[in-house]
Ligand binder design. Sequence first.
Ligand code: XUL
Length: 521
Amino acid sequence: MGLYLGLDSSTQSLSALVIDTEAGQVVLQDAVNFGQDLPEYGSPQGFLPNPDAKLRHGDPLLWVAALELLFTKIAKRGFDFATVSGVSGSGQQHGSVYLNQRISDAPTWSTTALLVDQVRPLLSRASSPIWLDSSTSAECREIAAAVGGDPVLVSVTGSRAIERFTGPQIRKFWKTEPDAYAKTAEVTLVSAFMASILTGVSAPIDYGDGAGMNLLDLQSGAWSPKLLAATAPDLAQKLQPAVPSATRVGELAAYFVQRFGFAPGTPVLAFTGDNPSSLVGMGATEPGTAVISLGTSDTVFAAMREPRTDPRGYGHVFGNPAGGFMCLISFANGSLAREEVARRVGLSWPEFEAAILQQTKAGNGKNSMLPYFFPEMTPKLLEPKLELEGSEAFCAFRDPPANARAIVEAQALSMQRHSDWIGERPRRLRVTGGASKNRGILQVLADVFDARIETLQVSNSAALGAALRAAQAGTGLSWAELYARFAVTDSSVRVESSPESVLAYAEPRAKFARKMQALGV
Ligand code: XUL
């Protein structure tokens, strides 16, 4: 029993959550917003702005600075880090960090200098391609061709070659900056990078996040030699091994003990991807509960009863941190697209919610939208594709309520269509992420999926999942015992589908399918 710290390094923020396993309580939550709290890194939305919508890189030093700032902020609140018995975390998936020296071989972090200043000279690439990057189509084709086609990739890794996945990104780095690639001693993921910073040693990559690299052989749990060879030379030497998510990767470096007062020897459990971590935080590591996470990306994921793959090629199979596998479908046009509509029609969030709940009805009076403000990964659209169909005012973004409902209906219809391969139709959906507070969005999801919607009392499921994983390893409590204490549904939120609205979606669903077919996606 004790206190366990979970960290989540996501696209726009780094958050921390501490649970007390004995009291069954979340005792601390805090966060650093990259754009607002660290404006000097020039990343208002968490990544480096680039006029080319296909190019999306983040600054790894920003993530390190955020860690230091977050711990400083928490310490100022009077929290005693010495009470923490274990740490784990999660990171935005697929993003990669390139180091000219393994962290294990780098000098021990000194307490007389800031961490960012000690990490800066270790980078062999100043920026990190992140999951929003879609610039590697050529590399995807090359990797797939080298191993015998996408079906081979799917059978080995659970995914076809995907632009944002790490393997194609590594290949692009090798092709465009061969000297910098040659100087790279270690390639790691955001998750394992953060674990390496905390421990001061090169942390291995877990099966949850490692499966998002187009490199992991899901059956053997090892990097596939064929895929390593198809990706870039000498890659095997630059990667840490892949390990089960429950692996202890080290203990907190002396730096954190001395600067923030953590107890010496505090264990650190492998970090994982934010989605696998949320699977734990939502209490959904057993099959039967599908989760929808509404964040910068929207994702649909669930533990898998039997390994299946998406015939359309958009979905993925990742390691389930509690063992076995999970499926995941990810949509790039999530909150950034909702925010774009709200901005264009001048609605605040409460107004956006009221527009859906009070001013419009299921089916939106035949006003509909293809909601791709940015390149999309599900379905695969390398160029933005925004199409409005309906009244003149709606098409000109002059019907705020209908415009608000249209983006949400399109997102829900897309999530339903692209998760149909999972098999069982979900009767119960657990929804998390910032936008899960919006009852209007929850109602549309309930009606489109014809399912009951639940949310949990703790909304930061990725950080909660990380704290729960650290606690499971530290206390030996079962997942069921931990979920009973922490993955508790919010009884004030029970959104049911309405039969009338469910029927009203038959036509929009068919229309959405026709549009997808016309686009060939
Ligand atoms: C998952 C994905 C996104 C990121 C967001 O495949 O690309 O959900 O993990 O952080």
